[in-house]
Design a protein. Sequence first.
Length: 288
Amino acid sequence: MKFTATEGALTIIRQALAEDLGERGDITTRALFDSGRIIHAEMLVKQEGVICGLDIVEQVFREVHPGVTMERLAEDAQKVAAGAIICRMAGRADALITAERTALNFIGRLSGMATLTRRFVDRVAGTSAKILDTRKTTPGWRRLEKYAVACGGGVNHRMGLYDLFLIKDNHIAATGGIAPAVAGCREYMRRHRFTAPIEVETKTMEELEQALTLGVDRIMLDNMSLELMRRCVQLVNHRVPLEASGGVSLENVRAIAETGVDFISIGALTHSAQVLDISLEVISEQNG
């Protein structure tokens, strides 16, 4: 999936600033600084991690005041050490200090997701498995969070319910089986004159065998044991990509990858990542 960090982000940025500023704005900063005071600041990473969200940071500051300038000392997807300065900026004191927390919220959360993704990607290095994200994202933040996963070296799964058929257990139960569910998706594409990949969730070897005969584009192995996954990989023998899902952790992801699956989807990339500790420090000031 290819998109920029700021694609569709302006609405989210404006909402974030609006909830912080309310009707009165930043009353502390307004009380202490006039618009003529210029300050210089730098953004400091306090722990090792993968950076994501510098475009967003710049857009946040410029939304508060377009005169803010920013010099980047790192790039998105770059791994940095604790203590690294990732950008410097200059502008009106009221603008920089007002926008500080909103900017840090964005880059801290997104960098945390990129960092966790990189840890999973590093764990499966040398295998054929790719790390996938899921739809378990913060409402309204999906494009940003999937961008963060990509910065961490992961691969984006479907963006939403509209770009891939994913037949899950409830679909199968409600339609009476895997075969009628797949047939229904193909009929829907025929009627509406479009195409999209079809993926089927399976929990047993029997369900896998059914899905395999139907010519679907991908098969998910849901919450299977390592031994069952190995048997599934041997049976499929590269005829269709296999995706392992459910119960994946940093402790077991390597073993899952070594079964031979093609993809491993992990909801934790976006719903359980720890925020990367980043701060903004004023380094000098001058009166305009």
